[in-house]
Design a protein around this ligand. Sequence first.
Ligand SMILES: Cc1ncc(COP(=O)(O)O)c(C=O)c1O
Length: 392
Amino acid sequence: MSGLLSGARTAPNPLRQLTIDQLRQRTSLKWQEYPDDVLPLWVAEMDAPLAEPVALAITDAVARGDTGYPAGTAYPQALAEFARQRWGWDGLAVERTALVPDVMHGVVEALRLVTEAGDAVVVNCPVYPPFYEFVAHAGRRIVEAPLGADLRIDLGALEDAFRRARAGGRPAAYLLCSPHNPTGVVHSTAELTAVAGLAQQYGVRVVADEIHAPVVAGGARFVPYLSVPGAENGLSLMSASKGWNLAGLRGGLLVAGPAAAGDLVRVPFGVSVSTSHLGVIAHTAAFRDGGEWLDALLTGLDENRRLLTALLAEHLPAIRYQPGQATYLAWLDCRALGLGDDPATGFLDRGRVALNSGLAFGTGGVGHVRLNLATAPELITEAVRRMTSAVG
Ligand SMILES: Cc1ncc(COP(=O)(O)O)c(C=O)c1O
């Protein structure tokens, strides 16, 4: 982690390494879903090569034939050290972690620990669409607490949602997205402390999805939910999946605050052991040795955010874009563009550029699209050219 400690940027920008021809050879979802004349800037995969320490760890494991079940605590140890160095947080206790197959299955496990079928789960819409899908599939019901006009958590709306969620005295959970997908907002210590206070007041259990935590711009600071006062009975899901593009090498960690340790022990051994051993090896290497690569990525993402801001101002000034400080996603308000409730359809049909439709993100998604910034600057320029042609 020399890059992390010295602040020096030695690694090249990972987003400038691959050509579009190389990317089109990929067999993963981002590059397979649409025909070749469509530029795909949708699902959260990155157009970057695998970080070298991760690639080495995987190929070494394959060479050993080390493809069995996962074991040991190397993953939480690497994450605890990363949390100490990056976030100044030394509260991640290895003994209060459990391996989970991936973050969304970890979210479901966490919700199972703190709620029963039919209970309410509060979310801040617009939000990552699988929150709706997985919560419904787990037999829980969604209660929406819309974000404010500034795209930050609206504490009044949250309190109202907590009240509704707890009406009748049933258990309830709050599925917090931190940092927030799709807006890229990094929640502050003050906001998270207020959240913890409300959760205590209303008896709502907080499950924080912190998958995007490594992808926070240099000028901002990620605050782990479990680090704020009052969050002792919270649960968090962490992973290297977004930071290092490891969706194909699945894995995640369920992390419990001190007062949730008794809940965590109820995660069945069979769930933890269902985590991919190769995934665990990859995630461990990413957190332990991938700091330099991540720094180069974060610099590249900063450039891309600035580029997109400039391109939209020049070519599509009717689109409103408030760049977040985290994630590699851009949430674009296209309501003034005249493309109707689902602008992604017009962009795809006429511009041949694939973005995520805002409609799937719940209340507040109408007229919006989500654009994936984890690509080469040239492809962002090309995407805006195509979007512009769809409007003209
Ligand atoms: C907020 C959030 N949670 C979870 C996931 C998916 O995580 P996993 O593939 O580990 O289930 C994503 C993927 O983009 C995400 O943005």
